[in-house]
Design a protein around this ligand. Sequence first.
Ligand SMILES: NC(=O)c1ccc[n+]([C@@H]2O[C@H](COP(=O)([O-])OP(=O)(O)OC[C@H]3O[C@@H](n4cnc5c(N)ncnc54)[C@H](OP(=O)(O)O)[C@@H]3O)[C@@H](O)[C@H]2O)c1
Length: 309
Amino acid sequence: METVLITGGTGLIGKAITAHLISKGCQVIVLTRQLPKEKSVTSNIQYALWDIKKQTIDTNALQKADHLIHLAGAGVVDKKWTPAYKKDILESRTESSKLIIHALKNNPNKIKTIVSASAIGWYGKDNFKEAKAFVETDGAAPDFLGETCQLWEQSITPVEALNKRLVKLRTGIVLSNDGGALAAFKKPVKFGIAGILGSGKQVISWIHIDDLCRMYISAIENEKLSGCYNAVAPEPVTNKTLTIKLAEKMKGKFYIPLQVPSLVLKIMLGDRSMEVLKSTTVSCVKIKQTGFAFLYPTIDIALQQLCGK
Ligand SMILES: NC(=O)c1ccc[n+]([C@@H]2O[C@H](COP(=O)([O-])OP(=O)(O)OC[C@H]3O[C@@H](n4cnc5c(N)ncnc54)[C@H](OP(=O)(O)O)[C@@H]3O)[C@@H](O)[C@H]2O)c1
């Protein structure tokens, strides 16, 4: 039975990957900044501590692991982008990578694979519908998220020099019933309002949480995977399409489409409004070429499962 160490394993993606790994008979060790108050009910999950600022890590956990999944990082849309929070967003990722590399270098371990999160924020924005989908060889955008993703990916790359296979998953907008973007989209719909953001024409490259978990596991199991892959579904949709389809699934005909002007979003969200207004069409051809098959390739199939109808 293999053991997988997951940094940031207490978050949305980490919890879902943990459940997938446990169902496959793996052991999971969650590397966290704070041990949970309640003990886990399953003996397949353990918790271990690290402190990124002090650069300390539970080396026993490291020694037990066969693979490492690196998800930790301060939430990108959780708080206002003040200079201090931007620093936190970046350093929670780069300094944690630094700690992992130092620990792997200086402690005996049998870790074979590192699968690290990255994000499609790497690519910046495209020109709406006519745009050619971004592929993994496209350069990073010259903006805050583009630069953050670049430094984040660079920060974990030295593990390759330690003979570890590294896979980086540039993840799209994750659709899950347990939080994240879908919860935000659902909120107004519950009150019968389909809130279309800005023009609604901006493209969202999304992925169903179960497909993302399966992709992380495939990155561990398929030793041919190495380097960067876009973790997005084959059919990105516009903000308007996603919002209307979600409203239809949740409310049938009983909803009112309401356009939220870009200016209002800028006032409400500041710099972060760019993230909901920008269009990013991203290709999943490279991961499909590895043999990965999506269970939720279209938004209809994904929402069908997520909305239970
Ligand atoms: N969800 C998405 O749509 C999406 C899309 C693209 C990329 N990603 C990336 O995928 C990774 C996981 O996403 P997620 O949605 O699961 O995130 P999440 O729910 O916010 O969880 C991230 C975890 O990282 C740890 N963390 C938070 N702030 C930290 C800090 N300042 N320093 C160190 N660790 C910190 C926390 O674990 P502890 O409190 O236990 O330490 C937290 O549970 C993130 O890096 C995210 O940027 C997510």
